[in-house]
Design a protein around this ligand. Structure first.
Ligand SMILES: [Zn+2]
Length: 427
């Protein structure tokens, strides 16, 4: 395969902007990415790379900004069809909208149709990697991984496990949760670009026996990620404590069953106690911020500043369909708005970092979320003037951050000109 030189504007991080500020990023106005065989070979000034690689095919993207594909670190692909459902808070929202939809995934044809639709929506929005919950049905996991393999996408996913407080049609048991998860893990983990993720939905829908069974499976496969939900709403926390009377707090319901670790991903993590914060920090677990979901379901305001300054690993996510958008641009905008409500205006560099390197760090994968030699060539071209409203604001910008911020705040899939997965154009 001939190497291809992609020309455009670049933003590259040398460090974490939460610690180093905007200086952590370098802006190259006339930049280039050399891609060969699905991998980023070289990144730098266009002039230099063109001189060094005269035989490479050239694709000139003009003033478009070339960025790593976005990484959505927490989503529920089976909720694609019922995103933006009105008027409920978490528990009622699950019972009214989510569970009836998830029951439909027992039909493999329906699961396949939704998995394909979902991944195409992601690619159109510039998201090249997702970490998704599936339903309790193993076929829902097969459907997503098969659709991802067809698109060569780096996807993390797992069978959602629930053996109580859910409709009978969505319940497994401690034993079948273990057996089915193990069979799926054996079938998919590290096959191509797939990673299996052990997935108890959350403590209220798992018995202690099921949590222990999944903790056991994780202990047997410590390189796997484990994903769940933590402290999303105050009512939910009260419910958890009533279901687990001996637990010190919500996190302890996971910790006591072997479900707390560095490879753990804890979605939401809004209403944390001091003990929970220090334990999560101690083990180095990933906290996943889902801002459009937190405002949509009325959950609360994530403490981005406090948690990042304390050194927590934080990723960004849509939480589709509790989240109200498939777009990581919209997620960055909502993270900014929540930051403002907590008195801290996140810089565009911090927002961009969260949606790329931050999420990749939470997923423990340094081959994505960055455009550096050796990384997967999963990248996007972003139009910083994709609508008249954005264009008229961007023309006044004095620097790249001011030029990018209107797209973060007002942009959607129209801003994503092209998405490449492993060096090939998607869609
Ligand atoms: Zn979720």
């Amino acid at each position: 395969m001939t190497a291809t030189l992609h020309l455009g504007q670049l933003i590259q991080f040398n460090a974490n902007p939460f610690f180093e500020g905007a200086n952590a990023a370098k802006h190259v106005i006339e930049g280039a990415i050399l891609v060969d065989n699905g991998i980023v070979e070289q990144v730098g000034e266009a002039q230099t790379l063109r001189a060094e690689h005269p035989d490479a095919a050239v694709q000139d993207h003009g003033t478009h900004l070339l960025l790593p594909g976005f990484i959505d670190a927490h989503a529920h692909y089976p909720q694609t069809g019922m995103i933006a459902s009105w008027g409920k808070r978490l528990i009622d929202w699950l019972n009214s909208y989510t569970f009836p939809e998830e029951i439909r995934f027992q039909d493999p044809a329906y699961a396949k149709e939704m998995a394909e639709r979902y991944l195409d929506l992601l690619l159109a929005h510039g998201t090249t990697t997702v970490c998704s919950f599936c339903t309790i049905h193993p076929t829902s996991v097969d459907a997503l991984f098969e659709a991802a393999a067809k698109r060569n996408m780096r996807v993390f996913a797992g069978k959602t496990c629930m053996d109580r407080n859910a409709p009978d049609a969505l319940k497994d048991t401690a034993q079948t949760a273990y057996d089915d998860s193990k069979a799926l893990l054996d079938r998919w983990h590290r096959k191509g670009r797939a990673s299996y993720v052990i997935t108890p939905r959350f403590s209220p829908t798992s018995t202690p026996e099921q949590l222990s069974a999944l903790g056991q499976l994780w202990a047997e496969h410590p390189d796997c990620l484990m994903q769940t939900h933590l402290s999303e709403q105050v009512d939910e926390i009260d419910w958890v404590l009533s279901l687990f009377p001996k637990a010190r707090d919500y996190l302890d319901t996971y910790e006591a069953h072997g479900l707390l670790g560095r490879n753990g991903l804890y979605g939401h993590a809004i209403h944390l106690t001091d003990r929970e914060r220090s334990r999560l920090k101690e083990v180095g677990a990933g906290l996943i911020h889902c801002p459009t979901s937190n405002t949509f379901i009325g959950s609360g305001l994530f403490d981005m500043d406090g948690l990042t300054q304390a050194g927590h690993t934080v990723g960004l996510a849509t939480d589709t369909g509790g989240g109200s958008s498939f777009s990581m641009l919209r997620s960055m905008a909502a993270a900014y708005e929540i930051g403002q409500l907590r008195g801290r205006a996140l810089h565009p560099s911090e927002l961009l970092w969260l949606a790329t390197e931050g999420s990749a760090a939470a997923l423990r994968d340094d081959s994505i979320g960055r455009l550096v030699p050796g990384a997967a060539a999963d990248f996007i071209a972003v139009d910083l003037a994709s609508t008249p409203a954005i264009a008229q604001r961007a023309t006044r910008a004095d620097d790249i951050w001011e030029a990018l911020f209107p797209t973060i705040m007002m942009g959607d899939d129209r801003a994503i000109v092209q998405t490449w997965v492993a060096g090939s154009p998607a869609l």
